[in-house]
Design a protein around this ligand. Structure first.
Ligand SMILES: [Zn+2]
Ligand SMILES: [Zn+2]
Length: 161
């Protein structure tokens, strides 16, 4: 389990270092100032491979940046979202989650722990066309979520209520 974790972590690091460089280039091209905090938020999102809330990002980085507030994290996420590096996922009344993977992909969500994992499937363009035809809407995008119990939660003993 531990060995597996380390292996995965190393593999993510190499992939995300490359993506971080690309993301920094995008920031530079957009003329956005790269502050240490902005850099850290981006790096965290790329390394995490999860879809954290602003609060989770704040908690992960507050040790490194004692002067940083949740508002700073939100502000940085807004900037990153505006230049297309980060996607915001809203789920009803729970707080937004942020996704650094802006390529077309779908999400599977754990009913027990709320973990969100990416998966790839050819984009369901025909669903958009059909929706447009039958409703007359001008379709902008779609979202698809699959729900279930993640690997980790399946291994946990059943919760007693
Ligand atoms: Zn789970
Ligand atoms: Zn995602």
């Amino acid at each position: 389990m531990l060995l597996n974790g380390i292996y995965l972590k190393e593999r993510w690091l190499t992939v995300s270092e490359e993506r971080l460089r690309e993301a920094i280039d995008t920031l530079k091209d957009s003329g956005v100032r790269i502050t240490p905090q902005r850099h850290a938020v981006l790096e965290y999102l790329l390394n995490a491979m999860v879809h954290p809330t602003a609060d989770e990002i704040y908690k992960a980085l507050e040790g490194k940046f004692p002067n940083m507030s949740v508002a700073t994290v939100y502000n940085n996420l807004r900037v990153l979202k505006e230049i297309g590096l980060v996607r915001e996922l809203t789920y009803g009344d729970s707080s937004s989650r942020f996704d650094c993977n802006t390529s077309d992909h779908y999400h599977i969500i754990c009913d027990s722990c709320g973990k969100i994992v990416d998966f790839h499937y050819p984009s369901l363009d025909e669903v958009e066309s059909l929706a447009e035809q039958v409703t007359g809407f001008d379709v902008s995008h779609h979202r698809l979520e699959v729900y279930g119990k993640c690997d980790g939660c399946q291994k946990l003993p059943a919760q007693k209520h």
